[in-house]
Ligand binder design. Structure first.
Ligand SMILES: [Zn+2]
Length: 80
């Protein structure tokens, strides 16, 4: 009967260790996901309309634009 309890104890402890490792991994993964989500939100909110650097033009372009709509001048790169 003693052997059964030892086996049960070992099984439970292994299961507990596995659970702890898995839950900590899941928490780390969740935090990483949340961080990425917030990073994206901040990056999106940080994007404002881009005014053309050309003094004569001065066209206001959308945040995603890489080149000026009016004069075709290259705007600031998207990857800042
Ligand atoms: Zn322009």
């Amino acid at each position: 009967m003693g052997e059964f309890f030892i086996t049960l104890f070992l099984f439970v402890s292994v299961a507990a260790i596995t659970f702890v490792i898995f839950s900590s991994w899941a928490v780390v993964l969740a935090f990483k996901g949340i961080g990425r989500l917030f990073g994206n939100l901040l990056a999106d909110s940080g994007r404002a309309n881009q005014k053309c650097a050309n003094q004569i033009c001065g066209q206001v372009n959308p945040p995603t634009a890489q080149f000026c709509r009016r004069c075709g001048r290259a705007l600031r790169p998207r990857f800042v």
